[in-house]
Design a protein around this ligand. Structure first.
Ligand code: ZN
Length: 240
């Protein structure tokens, strides 16, 4: 069987696989607080899982994750390590230049953590300008409206972080990193000034997870994940 994860390959295997692979997927997650009940590595675990499952269905390969991201909003909670957009963009850019050098057909930046999405878009634009690369793509996690109906509680502040949905996805992939007995509800309202100045989460939410994570189930998580995987597969197979 063909190898998918680049970290498992020898240089010879990599040299062959990168030339035939439809896409090279680079997931960028975060080391970030996920409430009282879930591990700091959550975005890295979920991003890598999405990348690997999509790669299996598209003859693509998966790079080792970038395990740190832009987590400005959550930066004051213990465990959140925040890179600036400039640092993240520099890391993306230099990895992309290496991959282009080795003959990648397409490169997909996958946001395991949505705070990385802005840096992804910016670097893709800059590489069009500087190098004419039109084979750098980005993917950010969103959830289709019909799937949101699966949720039992509302999503406060339009944020799913560490709540019912994200916790469900972790229960489906790495239940050992979730402890629902420690989950606490938090349904804050966004301060009105958040529309007009940067407001970090610790200014209005204590627990650091949005909504009621105790409503999470692995079954719901599998449905959310499958929908995201299908969307990535569609992007690689039908749009690239
Ligand atoms: Zn997360």
């Amino acid at each position: 069987m063909k190898k998918i994860y680049v970290g498992d390959m020898t240089r010879i295997e990599f040299q062959e696989r990168i030339k035939e692979a439809k896409c090279v997927i680079l997931s960028a997650g975060s080391c970030e607080q996920h409430g009282y009940h879930m591990a700091l590595d959550t975005d890295n675990v979920l991003g890598h899982y999405l990348a690997m499952e999509a790669a299996k269905k598209t003859d693509s390969i998966v790079m080792p994750n970038i395990n740190y991201g832009q987590v400005w909003s959550a930066r004051n909670y213990p465990g959140s390590i925040s890179l600036s957009n400039d640092t993240l963009k520099a890391v993306f850019k230099e990895i992309i230049l290496s991959l282009e050098n080795f003959g990648a057909k397409n490169i997909l930046l996958l946001a395991g953590h949505n705070g990385n999405a802005q840096a992804m878009k910016d670097v893709a634009r800059e590489l069009v300008n500087s190098h004419g690369y039109r084979n750098v793509w980005y993917f950010q996690q969103t959830t289709k409206k019909e799937l949101l109906k699966l949720l039992e509680a509302e999503i406060p502040c339009n944020c799913v972080h560490a709540g019912e949905m994200e916790t469900s996805m972790m229960l489906a992939v790495r239940p050992d990193l979730v402890d629902l007995s420690k989950a606490e509800k938090d349904f804050p309202t966004l301060p009105p000034e958040a529309k007009y100045r940067p407001v970090s989460w610790d200014e209005y939410i204590t627990v650091g997870s949005y909504g009621d994570p105790s409503l999470a189930t692995a079954e719901k998580g599998k449905i959310f994940l499958d929908s995201l995987i299908n969307e990535i597969v569609h992007l690689i197979n039908d749009i690239m």
